[in-house]
Design a protein around this ligand. Structure first.
Ligand SMILES: *Cc1c(COP(=O)(O)O)cnc(C)c1O
Length: 396
């Protein structure tokens, strides 16, 4: 028995897995440092849970997209160095300075950051981002020398301290593609241009999980890893186990209904599926309101010793699996695992069923699903993490 047994829907989060995954990745990349990305609520695992476990596993830095995410970590007592890299002119850079959060800069942010530094009479810690080919955030190569010249001036005046220079890869999950080599070449040029301008950061960082695991030449001073820390493989053709990683989320529920139906029975909205023989259907009480993608077809669940497949459309609260036998032994209340744990099913399997990737599956598990955080040191639950409206469910 665990404290999750009374919950009708639960995402079991294993901080020990997160800790071990960080240790494993750190082992691959040493002597490079490790920044663990806990954006988007720790890819759905809980940002604070993930950050704590990551630090225990030896993470040197924590990374997030938004300053608001960084402030929430500080509020929760996370003291590790923090970097946030995605801002708008409404972002509160002064608060970032007060909370000790480093600021990623792609261009326009530099002048408002310098103003904050002037007002607060303190150098702001920044990491400059170069767009080496992803075409998303980051300074273009054309603008980079100008940005570095300005950075050198502000550094000279004591308004900024350049902690890092970084970039982000577009296709590192496909290790054979040469665009990663091209991006690395631009990155090396950008570092050289920075140096020539007099900007010498302590931390050059580029690699995400796939590059950390497949490109030692991209490790530089630090890697920034997310998905691997949660025990998910970033590669289409490699399992987490093959990479020495262990999934940190198990998504569970219980059978809400079982019924025998005749051949021809249509299933769920749109009647996109009809059974072609008498069978039994199992009702699974999770839907897109819980982050189970509506688009998923033929998606797997494990009930007892067997894997069954979804049929018909996923609805807001529920979906249906074909139990493949009118005389099925499956009963209401039986445990259902969608992925993780000992199920042999992965978030990647759900990604394949829903035309997406494991990243999106884990990250979008909804607030209606309570997170139960396993004890970091044992297989005993300690803490039902707060999920809005999600912790007070009756027993199944
Ligand atoms: C999310 C993110 C990462 C981590 O990527 P993974 O593929 O999950 O390892 C690294 N760097 C940046 C800038 C990111 O946005």
């Amino acid at each position: 028995m665990t404290s999750a047994d009374h919950l009708e829907r639960v995402a079991l989060i294993d901080p020990a897995a997160i800790r071990r995954n960080v240790e494993t990745i750190a082992g691959y990349v040493r002597p490079a440092k490790v920044m663990v990305a806990v954006k988007a609520d720790g890819y759905g695992h809980g940002a604070v849970t993930a950050a704590r476990a990551a630090v225990q596993g030896g993470a040197d830095w924590i990374g997030v997209a938004h300053l608001a995410e960084a402030f929430a970590l500080r509020d929760a007592g996370i003291e590790a160095p923090l970097l946030a890299w995605l801002h708008t002119p409404a972002s509160d850079f002064a608060e970032a300075v007060r909370r000790g959060v480093d600021i990623g800069i792609s261009g326009w942010e530099l002048e408002p950051v310098a103003e904050v530094a002037e007002r607060m009479q303190t150098p702001v810690h920044v990491h400059f981002k170069i767009d080496t080919g992803l075409g998303r955030n980051g300074c273009t190569a054309a603008e980079w020398p100008g940005l570095m010249a300005r950075a050198a001036q502000l550094q000279e005046r004591g308004l900024i301290s350049v902690v890092g220079i970084f970039t982000h890869f577009a296709v590192a999950d496909e290790p054979d593609r040469r665009e990663t080599d091209e991006q690395l070449e631009v990155f090396r040029w950008a570092l050289q241009a920075a140096e020539e301008a007099g900007v010498r950061p302590a931390l050059r960082h580029a690699a995400n999980t796939p590059a950390a695991l497949s490109r030692p030449d991209a490790h530089f001073d630090m890697v920034r890893v997310g998905v691997g820390v949660y025990g998910q493989s970033p590669f289409a053709d490699r399992t987490p186990a093959e990479l020495g990683l262990q999934p940190a989320m198990e998504l569970r529920t219980r059978v809400a209904g079982v019924k025998t139906v005749p051949a021809g029975q249509g299933i769920s909205y749109g009647l996109t599926h009809r059974v072609d023989r008498p069978t039994a259907l199992g009702l699974i009480p999770m839907g897109y309101g819980d982050g189970v993608p509506r688009i998923a077809v033929d998606a797997p669940v494990r009930i007892g010793g067997r894997v069954y497949r979804s049929v018909g459309r996923v609805a807001m609260d529920q979906f249906v699996v074909d139990l493949e036998d009118p005389e099925t032994a499956v009963q209401p209340g039986d445990e259902v695992v969608l992925f993780g744990g000992d199920s042999g099913l992965s978030a990647a399997d759900w990604g394949a069923a829903a035309q997406t990737i494991n990243y999106e599956i884990i990250t979008r598990i909804g607030a209606r699903v309570p997170r139960v955080v396993l004890d970091p040191d044992a297989d005993v639950d300690t803490d039902v993490a707060a999920a809005p409206g999600g912790t007070a469910e009756a027993g199944a």
